[in-house]
Write a protein that binds this ligand. Structure first.
Ligand SMILES: *[C@@H]1O[C@H](CO)[C@@H](O)[C@H](O)[C@H]1NC(C)=O
Length: 285
């Protein structure tokens, strides 16, 4: 457990942020369920900053998952409040200059309508959609807990006019008035909250190391005292080296395991932005 905490702290993200999304799968549910996203500034700093800004402004509170296509992705982020939505939509962000990360299952990414048009809409990959990597869809975070909750989000099928789901243009124009009237059963976000985890790495390094048992008798002279100090230093160094080695092994192991888990990419599903193209995902199994 301790090792896990240390591993988090020395991860590639300096000040990592987690966002908790509390959702109601069905409006009649009396409980909320949670999934948690880890923001990845190191993958896409511009988009990551916008996500944090939007969550801080409460933009995603009450948002519906309006385009949920099984074995592809689920899309959300248009505010039901038309005024609010149009304010953000008029402030799109620029594309990333360097983008890392890949649209594998669980990765969260901004939708867009061409160059420099990312504003508020996000999607979570329900399967590996690595072909999107080449289409200017850099992931900005990853679901680190509650992927089963993401999987439970209600499917809508493709949006109108191409499919039975909500029409994006109408959501932008009429907001919740349109959605509640025509699609009252969509899964909705109740609240999205930024969670600042304790500074685990600092905690791990700044707390005084546990006292090691004395290995020599109380020094009789100054020289034996310094010898004893050197000895203790060597043991502390060995202990730190062992922890470092364990952390590195943990990381390598985890990354290998993730590689093994990811199956073959579904190469022929719809892009989040191309409603007309029909996916071949369902033919695959
Ligand atoms: C919609 O958003 C605007 C701008 O933030 C706000 O002034 C207004 O009160 C909101 N309307 C509702 C019904 O919440």
């Amino acid at each position: 457990m301790m090792l896990l905490w240390v591993a988090f702290g020395v991860g590639p993200v300096g000040c990592e942020q987690l966002i908790d999304f509390d959702i109601k799968v069905a409006p009649s549910d009396d409980r909320t369920r949670r999934f948690t996203v880890r923001v990845r500034e190191d993958w896409a700093p511009i988009g990551a900053a916008r996500l944090v800004e939007l969550v801080g402004a409460g933009h995603y509170d009450g948002c519906a998952f309006f385009r949920v296509i099984r074995r592809f992705m689920c899309q959300f982020g248009i505010s039901g409040n038309v005024t609010k939505q149009s304010l953000w939509r008029r402030r799109p962000i620029g594309d990333e200059t360097t983008a890392r990360g890949s649209n594998r299952r669980g990765m969260i990414t901004f939708a867009h309508a061409g160059k420099n048009t990312r504003s508020t809409q996000l999607f979570i990959n329900l399967v590996d959609n690595t072909r999107l990597d080449k289409e200017n869809f850099p992931p900005i975070g990853e679901v680190v807990a509650g992927m089963d909750v993401v999987d439970a989000i209600r499917a809508t099928g493709e949006g109108a006019p191409g499919g039975p789901g909500p029409n994006q243009g109408l959501i932008q124009r009429r907001g919740d008035a349109y959605l509640l009237e025509n699609f009252p059963d969509l899964t909705r976000i109740i609240k999205a909250t930024i969670r600042r985890p304790p500074q685990l790495f600092e905690t791990a390094t700044t707390t005084t190391p546990p006292r090691l048992p004395q290995i020599v008798e109380a020094p009789a002279s100054a020289t034996s005292e310094s010898a004893s100090r050197q000895m203790t230093g060597a043991i502390q160094f060995a202990a730190l080296a062992a922890i470092f080695f364990a952390v590195v092994s943990f990381y390598v192991g985890a990354s290998l395991a993730r590689h093994r888990r990811s199956g073959p990419a579904l190469l022929d599903v719809e892009s989040p932005l191309v409603p007309g193209r029909s996916g071949a995902a369902d033919k695959e199994s």
